[in-house]
Ligand binder design. Structure first.
Ligand code: FAD
Ligand code: SF4
Length: 444
């Protein structure tokens, strides 16, 4: 052995493990880059290339590819919202971004801005004053509808908006048989506002088209929810940071019960107009309600789109799948071709004894993620389900559904129908009420 090799020998004990660690780190970085590239390709192929609302824009001239933003995102590793490809960070799964904003805080070089909408797809944001009032006197907005997503923001804004409402009411007179405040929507913003209204001894009512919990009630079963402590009037600090949908829903349901929060549901607000005495007249699916002030806590998910066919009002028709186990052994029709429809069909097909038919009006599931499309094909080959492409529902009966496909009509034996045909966004409602709405194309 030469002298130079002998001199290096003592260091080998350190060099070898260091090289091994570096190799492992390099491999896991490469794996993450592959995952980012796959997520990027899949989301573009499925047309899911637009974030819903607030999202990061990365300045590649500043980005040093450190991946701090990737790891800071609370959705990671369940979703690859951000990923580093060729040394720069990208929003690889835009539709999975729910606007946490943790990436911006984590970036060491200030390469991230948070914006609403993109150059191609504008996002409608209503104009709201710092006290949450809109340009229409007496109408206030809180929660995600105003542009800021996240449960904590919704709770904080719902509570603060009631302070704005109280100041407004201080300048108007009580009117017999007219509530002080009508809250539209019982998501986190609406629930928080209702608790604040009760704490302030206001005469209030919440109207909700669906059920308590808003968007959270529609999360998949056992979804991990990342949030931050937020203050609820009467109930105190909501301490959760990381929890599940079920735990959060149980907590809200208990709070609503304990403080006897008044919610009328299902009841959808369809319009608002001023009454001659200065109060507001809210048209709903149950009639007309009057209020001195209205707080819109509608969120941005919108109202589920209906099929508009006879029989749709039957109780067997639902617009979301809450618990697949409820339908064990039943004959199910799922209508729609997006990810939510395919995911509902897949969850049902995994339930023992359940027969699933998916009806979609187009010739392929081009708008769904490739992973879901592949799983649906697999599900069909296993035999307990079938797919009817280029088909439409004609009418819904108690034990069957009349379908149309290829110019022919036929009956399908059926117990329940789940319609996942997207939603009607709240913008037309806001515009009809006279609220100013600005469309943002990638601006703050
Ligand atoms: C897949 C997904 C995952 C998410 N994960 C997280 C997370 O981990 N952490 C987090 O902080 N946030 C998360 N969010 C965001 C969070 O769910 C929302 O920001 C939050 O629910 C907004 O609360 P909100 O009360 O403003 O609106 P919503 O929760 O949307 O509630 C609005 C309510 O208004 C009702 N409504 C609408 N229109 C009418 C009408 N005309 N008449 C009567 N009622 C009406 C709706 O039925 C609904 O119940 C996620 C969102 C999605 C889509
Ligand atoms: S944290 Fe900033 S610098 Fe690091 S990868 Fe993300 S955008 Fe680039």
């Amino acid at each position: 052995m030469t002298d130079s090799v002998m001199n290096w020998l003592p260091y080998a004990a350190y060099v070898a493990p260091a090289a091994w660690i570096l190799l492992r780190l390099g491999r896991s970085k490469t794996r993450r880059q592959h995952a980012a590239m796959n997520a990027f390709r899949e989301s573009r192929e499925a047309g899911l290339d637009s974030p819903a609302s607030l999202h990061p824009v990365i300045d590649h001239a500043k980005c040093i590819g450190c991946e701090a933003c990737v790891h800071a995102c609370p959705e990671y590793p369940n979703h690859n919202v951000l990923g580093v490809m060729r040394g720069k960070a990208h929003l690889v799964s835009p539709s999975d971004c729910i606007g946490h904003g943790a990436c911006k805080t984590a970036c060491p070089v200030g390469a991230i801005r948070l914006v609403f909408g993109t150059a191609e797809r504008g996002v409608d944001i209503p104009e709201v004053k710092p006290n949450f009032e809109t340009n229409v006197p007496g109408i206030f907005i809180a929660g995600e509808l105003g542009g800021m997503g996240l449960i904590r923001n919704a709770i904080e804004q719902g509570r603060q908006a009631v302070d704005g409402v109280k100041s407004y009411l201080g300048n108007t007179r009580p009117v017999p048989k007219v509530v002080d405040l009508l809250i539209v929507g019982a998501g986190p913003a609406g629930l928080s506002a209702a608790l604040a209204a009760k704490a302030s001894k206001l005469d209030y009512l919440v109207v909700e088209q669906d059920s308590l919990g808003g968007t959270v009630a529609h999360f998949p079963r056992r979804k991990l929810v990342m949030t931050a402590p937020a203050k609820l009037a009467l109930a105190g600090e909501m301490q959760f940071k990381e929890t599940t949908k079920e735990v959060l829903m149980d907590y809200w349901q208990n709070v609503a019960k304990r403080y006897q929060i008044k919610v009328a549901s299902p009841e959808r607000a369809t319009g608002i107009k001023p009454h001659s005495d200065g109060t507001l007249e809210v048209s709903t699916t149950k009639g007309v309600r009057r209020a001195r002030a209205v707080l819109l806590a509608l969120g941005r998910r919108g109202t589920p789109r209906k099929l508009g066919v006879p029989g749709e009002e039957l109780p067997k028709v639902a617009y979301r799948l809450a618990d697949p186990a409820e339908y064990a052994g039943k004959r199910m029709l799922v209508v729609g071709g997006g990810d939510s429809a395919l995911e509902a069909a897949l969850a049902l097909a995994e339930t023992p004894g359940t027969q699933v038919t998916v009806s979609y009006r187009s010739e392929s599931f081009s708008r769904a993620k490739p992973k879901n499309r592949a799983r649906i094909e697999d599900m069909e080959t296993k035999g307990n389900s079938r797919v009817l492409l280029e088909s439409n529902v004609v009418a819904i009966g108690k034990e069957k559904v009349r379908m149309a496909q290829g110019g022919k009509e036929f009956d399908l034996a059926n117990d329940y129908v789940i319609v996942c045909a997207g939603g009607e966004l709240p913008t037309p409602f806001l515009k009809q009420v006279g609220i100013n709405v600005e469309t943002k194309y990638g601006t703050e």
